[in-house]
Design a binder for this molecule. Sequence first.
Ligand SMILES: NC(=O)c1ccc[n+]([C@@H]2O[C@H](COP(=O)([O-])OP(=O)(O)OC[C@H]3O[C@@H](n4cnc5c(N)ncnc54)[C@H](O)[C@@H]3O)[C@@H](O)[C@H]2O)c1
Length: 340
Amino acid sequence: MVALGMVGAGRWGGNWLKTLAGLADVELRWCCDVSPASLDKVRRQFPHVRVTTRLEDLLEDDALAGVVVASVAPTHYDVGRRVLQAGKHVLIEKPMTLRTADAIELTELAQRQNRVLMVGHLLEYHPIVRRIGEMIDQGELGDVFFLYSQRLNLGTIRSDENAWWSLAPHDVSVACRLMGGAPISVQCRGQSIIDPRIADVVFATLEFPGGRLAQFHVSWIDPHKSRKLTVVGSKKSAIFDDTGDRKFVLCDKGFERTAGPGVVTLRQGEEITLPWSGLEPLALEAQHFVECIRYGRRPVSDGLAGAMVVSVLEYGQRSLDRGGEVIAIPPTRWPLRKSA
Ligand SMILES: NC(=O)c1ccc[n+]([C@@H]2O[C@H](COP(=O)([O-])OP(=O)(O)OC[C@H]3O[C@@H](n4cnc5c(N)ncnc54)[C@H](O)[C@@H]3O)[C@@H](O)[C@H]2O)c1
């Protein structure tokens, strides 16, 4: 049994609590939240879990192996640091921190403490995203030309972060994973409609080495509920629609140059809906955290992966602040761990 605690029992923390409570090899031991109302709900739903408003209660419990941090983003750095300093493993929800320097500091602290530091890049654990990654690695899609995604909805309007920091960490982490590393530039244009200080909608373009582009549209004031990723390759294209019926579609569409110099023929091949396991990414992510703790493994979305995403978010914020200026991202080595 691995004894785990939760920090933050809000909307997403509630999903974490249910997921952790459902894992056979986990003892869900503590839940900490600064809001007594949130804790009352936890007490009713999980009577066996100790609840507290004091993080120290978790840190002083020698039987507790690790902590999942799903409190609001501005608290991630401080809570993560205290958990690691207490010698416990930690999983921090996205965005890992608000500053790249803080994310790197936590990564180094975890190394010194010899503890697991994992970041909640949920989609990296989605079976369809992982399958698309394998298709790219095995050459099934050919050369990836570009990818684009939408993460749109009407709701969960936040006042402590904008739509870029709230929604785009998923798109950035998936794009970096599928493109095999960090982008070389970012451009973000946004609009602040509800509150003049907070962007509600952002259109972003990342450029990866070789001129490959990734484009995202994120918003919490859109009439559509859409979470869709399209990856266009020279041989095939993959579509992952996280809200539709045809979740995973492979398209044999594209163009050929075989007809002669300068002549391009379109290839209108078949579109097939691919089966997939249907496994919940949050359960897979949680299980991966537990296995990393148990066997001393490096997580797929480790501190470096988290820091890389935070750095893209920070440069993207600079672009937003400068009205859509293209911001170059200095080359940094972020060695990503391959899939588990
Ligand atoms: N991976 C995903 O798909 C995904 C989805 C949604 C949210 N999230 C992330 O999860 C985190 C929480 O999001 P949410 O929607 O649940 O927010 P929320 O506002 O609903 O809940 C946050 C909770 O944290 C508590 N809290 C705040 N400061 C605290 C502190 N210092 N110590 C303990 N508790 C504290 C609040 O009282 C609240 O109950 C955010 O970082 C968000 O980006 C991730």
